[in-house]
Design a protein around this ligand. Structure first.
Ligand code: FES
Length: 132
């Protein structure tokens, strides 16, 4: 795989209520991080770093992740399932790494990404014309 180094931050402190009970919960972020990492290893995507973090301040949308890379828009995505979305996120990360500015055309985004995007944050070097 080609592309620039990127990081997928995965919140490992998100609480997912079990049967709607706020006092009974699991923390699926660690499982999601491991599943994404395994798929990236299978794909040989060694330039993509998966980094567990504590809280991305989107606690009501577990599991939550963020894609970040030099000169790229940062995406924060929530509502991800550790079991069913890891493959899509790994594929999306590879696409993100090979993109010029981190923006992936809508039709190329998996459904979990389309539905889950919470924010996109411009790169620090964004010019006045909106280009990085
Ligand atoms: S605990 Fe996961 S975003 Fe806050």
């Amino acid at each position: 795989m080609s592309g620039s180094p990127i990081t997928i931050f995965v919140c490992v402190t998100c609480r997912l209520p079990i049967d709607g009970n706020e006092n009974d919960f699991e923390k699926p972020g660690g499982e999601l991080a491991a599943a994404i990492e395994a798929r990236l290893q299978d794909a040989g995507a060694s330039s993509i770093d998966v980094r567990p973090v504590e809280c991305l301040s989107v606690c009501k949308r577990p599991c939550t992740i963020a894609f970040a890379g030099q000169n790229k828009w940062t995406y924060v995505v929530g509502g991800l399932d550790a079991k069913s979305h890891a493959a899509e996120i790994a594929a999306m990360a590879q696409r993100f790494a090979t993109s010029e500015d981190g923006i992936i055309p809508w039709k190329e985004r998996p459904l979990s990404f389309r539905k889950g995007v919470i924010a996109r944050i411009p790169p620090r070097n964004l010019s006045n014309n909106g280009k990085s």
